[in-house]
Structure formats: structure tokens, C-alpha cells
Design a protein around this ligand. Structure first.
Ligand code: NAD
Length: 451
């Protein structure tokens, strides 16, 4: 909750000391603020020469009024140079035209000068075609190699910047806007080095100021922490929200629900009659289902009790499956619905003292991956968001030295905020985000833990 080192490193005296001693130098990350008009507040440079540049440049005109190209006459945009151009807030490179190993040097040719002109908290997106959709072996390998580039540049960019790779499927070009609005804006502040795949989706966002207007959302574990931020963000984006938490949290739950114009449902998701009660509490069904409620009960496996093991599996893994199935069976999850499961990087990388938790969170990723093709038949998407170290009451309870390690061991040298996870969930909840399913996106500042 209270990262004193971040404040110190950004003070005048602290900045000098941190620099002199070569200590981690976290930057204050820009976050999305209410009332902001444009996703990109500054200059954007577009380069590359593939089949996606045209679709991307059409979208980019709506994201900022300061678009530049790397070469004269490209995309009808003025040319940017490191010497004379404005500082760059965002870079978009269309790498879909790279099919031979010799062409990979184009990455260096585009990024090297641009890196000299970056503003604070710069955003980089590389656009490409999915290797598995490419028949030519070399071209597929070149497209795959972009993952290595993205993840390495994420570690080099500093200044609170981030870098992502989007593989755009055939017919998914018209869904680029949602992805670019997320990745090029401060909404993706704590997301870096992520690789996502867009596929064709008939649904579209009608109004970018309220992308979830007309949608009803259920968020579990919503009385505090990440769940409360998710409820607030979905409501900000126009959704009607239903907040669920344990009966002990009823006061906080009802208070927040009232503030957001929604309603609270006080129940334990592991109760025997939870499925029946939830179906009863949602007579009109929901469009957006966010399984956020979760617990940790950490012990090494050698000391793990029955209760620690089972309670974590029941809350984090069994309940999301049982409740989703019950809502599906009762017809309460609408066609074109959006399901988001909150996983964890522990479920990807494993973590000492967390066999139970890592099992539950890896299992949640399994639910997203294996349910996706089935739910896709009804236009329903299901994805997992895997947070790294997020500043909440859950992480405030971690002993200081381990907490400090968790906070600093990522490319941003700091923990994320609940809002960072919430923004990711809100993007996955959009109508156009049916273009993403069965995927895992980490919100971890490119943590050193895991891939
Ligand atoms: P938190 O403890 O602050 O909030 C969790 C909420 O879930 C609480 O309000 C709690 O009452 C509710 N909950 C727990 N058991 C429940 C049950 N049986 N029925 C209904 N509600 C229940 O935790 P948080 O940090 O906000 O975490 C939210 C989610 O994010 C969890 O799934 C957690 O595993 C995951 N996560 C958190 C972090 C982090 O760094 N904070 C990192 C990775 C993943």
C-alpha cells in the first residue's frame, strides 16, 4: 500500500543517491485519470511495412492528433527525426511484413533512433501475424522471433515504458482499436512484455467513452482490493455492477455497491448452496463475469495442512468452475458474454510456500484455455489475468524482506496497483474483446518470475 522507496527514489535527494549507488530507480507510472480524452497524450511514431500498417494508421488517427512516420511520405504522415521531432509517447511497428531473417535488422533500424527520443512512460506495440497461421517455415520463425525482441526491449526501455506484441489473425484487423487503446494508453501502465492473439469477432464497441454501456457485470471478492477496483472500473466504463463478497464484508460491499449504483450479494462462494443462491440472485443474468475472489494460505508442502490445501483450491479454483457452470446451465451467462478469471504469476512460475495457491491459479489458467473453444460457440470469451505483485491488503501481510523483493524484481522496479489489474479486466470485458479468448495476460511489470 505504501511504497516508501518509490517516493524516496523520486525525491531530489533520493534521485541522486539512487543514481550514485546504482539502485533500482522506479518511475512514477502514469495511470488513466477520469476525464482524460485521448488514449495517447503526445506524439506517436509508426513504422514497418506489413499488411497491418494501413489498418493501424487509420485507428491511430483517433488515438492522438500527433502522428508521425519513420520515412518520408509514409501513411500520409509527417516524418519524425530524433533531432527535430517532439518527444515520443508511443511507437507502433508493423512487423507483419518481415518474412526473412535478413529483414529482422529493420527492427533495429526503426527502434534505435526512436529510443533516443522517448518521453516518460512510453508505450511500444509490435504488430505481427501469428506464426502458426504462416505456412512458410522461415516466415513463421521470423514472426515467432518477435517474442524475443518484445521481451528484451521490455527490459531495456526503462522510464516506466512497456512493450507488447500483438499477433493479428486474418479478419481481426478491425479489432485493433480496442487493443491499441489499451496498450498505448496509461491503462496498461503495469503490463509489459505480453504476447496476445486477436481473432475475428463480430461484436464491436459502440462508444469508446462508455464501452460497457448496457452490460451487467458480476465481480466476486469485490468489497476491497483488486475486486473493488474492478467493480469501480467496470462501472466507470458504463456497466451495471453486482458485487459479491463474504457476509463478513457486507458493510463495505453494500457501501461500495451503493456508490457505484449497483448492488451487493453477500455470500461465501464455497458454500454448499452457493451455485443455487447465485443463480437466484441474478434473475436477469449477466454479460460479464469476473472471478476475482481468492485467498492465500502459504506453507511449504512439507508443512501444508489439509485445511490450507483444500480451502485455497476450493475458493480459487473449484468455486469459479462450479459457479460458471451453474450460470451456464441456468442460462444466466448471456451469449457474447465475457468471463475473466484472476490467476497469478505464481500459477505460471510457481512460488516457494505456495504449492496450493500455484495449483489453484494454474488450474484457473487451465479453465480459461480449455473452456474457450466450448464457450466460443456462443460468442462467449474466457481469459485469465495474472497479476504479479499488486499493492493490496493481501500483499501488505507479506513479511517485509519478501515483500520488498516482490516489489522490485520486475522491469518497473515497483508493485502494481489494483487499478492496473482492473483496467486489464475492463478491456477483456469489452464487446470487441471476443477477439481474445483462452489467453493469459500478466499484469506484473514484467516480473522476473515466470516467462
Ligand atoms: P484481498 O484479500 O484484498 O481480496 C480478496 C477478496 O475475496 C476479499 O474481499 C475476500 O473477502 C474475498 N473472498 C475470499 N474468499 C471468499 C469466499 N469464499 N467467498 C466470497 N468472497 C471471498 O485480495 P486481493 O489482493 O485483492 O486479490 C484479489 C485476487 O487477485 C485474488 O484472486 C488473488 O489471488 C489475486 N492476486 C492478487 C495478487 C496481489 O499481489 N495482491 C497477485 C496475484 C493474484
Amino acid at each position: 500500500m505504501n511504497d516508501r522507496y518509490l517516493a524516496f527514489a523520486n525525491s531530489n535527494a533520493g534521485r541522486r543517491l539512487v543514481g550514485a549507488l546504482g539502485l533500482p530507480a522506479p518511475v512514477r507510472l502514469e495511470r488513466w485519470m477520469a476525464g482524460r480524452a485521448r488514449p495517447v497524450d503526445g506524439a506517436l511514431l509508426i513504422g514497418g511495412s506489413g499488411s497491418l500498417a494501413e489498418a493501424a494508421s487509420a485507428v491511430l488517427n483517433r488515438l492522438t492528433d500527433q502522428n508521425f512516420a519513420d520515412t518520408e511520405g509514409r501513411f500520409g504522415l509527417p516524418r519524425w527525426t530524433a533531432e527535430h521531432g517532439p518527444k515520443l509517447k508511443a511507437l507502433v511497428f508493423d512487423a507483419s511484413g518481415l518474412t526473412r531473417f535478413e529483414q529482422l535488422i529493420e527492427l533495429r533500424d526503426f527502434f534505435q533512433p526512436a529510443l533516443k527520443g522517448l518521453d516518460m512512460c512510453p508505450k511500444v506495440v509490435v504488430l505481427a501475424r501469428a506464426p502458426e497461421a504462416t505456412k512458410d517455415l522461415v516466415a513463421a520463425s521470423v514472426q515467432r522471433s518477435l517474442e524475443g525482441f518484445t521481451r528484451s526491449l521490455g527490459k531495456e526501455i526503462r522510464r516506466g515504458g512497456n512493450v507488447q506484441l500483438i499477433y493479428v489473425g486474418k479478419g481481426a484487423e478491425d479489432q485493433l482499436e480496442g487493443a491499441l487503446r489499451f496498450f498505448l494508453s496509461p491503462k496498461s501502465a503495469y503490463v509489459s512484455a505480453q504476447v496476445l492473439r486477436l481473432t475475428a469477432c463480430a461484436e464491436k464497441v459502440q462508444d469508446w467513452t462508455r464501452p460497457l454501456a448496457g452490460k451487467r457485470a458480476l465481480v466476486t471478492g469485490a468489497s476491497r482490493g483488486i475486486g473493488a477496483a474492478i467493480a469501480e472500473t467496470l462501472a466507470r466504463d458504463g456497466a451495471e455492477v453486482i458485487l459479491l463478497d463474504v457476509p463478513q464484508a457486507k458493510d463495505a460491499l453494500d457501501g461500495l455497491a451503493a456508490r457505484l449504483g449497483g448492488r451487493g450479494v453477500a455470500m461465501d462462494i464455497t458454500a454448499e448452496d452457493a451455485a443455487e443462491r447465485l443463480v437466484g440472485a441474478l434473475p436477469e443474468g449477466v454479460d460479464i463475469l469476473v472471478h476475482n475472489a481468492g485467498i492465500t494460505r502459504d506453507k511449504t508442502l512439507a508443512k501444508m495442512s489439509d485445511d490450507f490445501w483444500s480451502s485455497v483450491i476450493n475458493v480459487n479454483l473449484r468455486a469459479p468452475q462450479v459457479l460458471t457452470q451453474a450460470l451456464l446451465d441456468a442460462g444466466k451467462l448471456r451469449d457474447n458474454g465475457r468471463v475473466v478469471l484472476i490467476a497469478s504469476i505464481s500459477g505460471i512460475a510457481g512460488n516457494l510456500g505456495q504449492t496450493n495457491y500455484a495449483v489453484s491459479k494454474a488450474g484457473v489458467i487451465g479453465l480459461a484455455q480449455n473452456w474457450a473453444p466450448v464457450l466460443g460457440k456462443r460468442g462467449i470469451s474466457i481469459n485469465a489475468v495474472a497479476p504479479g505483485f499488486i499493492e493490496t491488503q493481501m500483499t501488505a501481510a507479506i513479511p517485509l524482506t519478501i515483500r520488498e523483493a516482490g516489489r522490485r524484481m520486475n522491469s518497473m522496479n515497483q508493485g502494481g496497483l489494483p487499478q492496473d489489474v482492473a483496467e486489464a479486466v475492463a478491456w477483456f470485458a469489452q464487446p470487441g474483446s471476443g477477439a481474445l479468448t483462452g489467453q493469459v495476460m500478466r499484469v506484473c511489470g514484467q516480473s522476473l518470475l515466470g516467462a
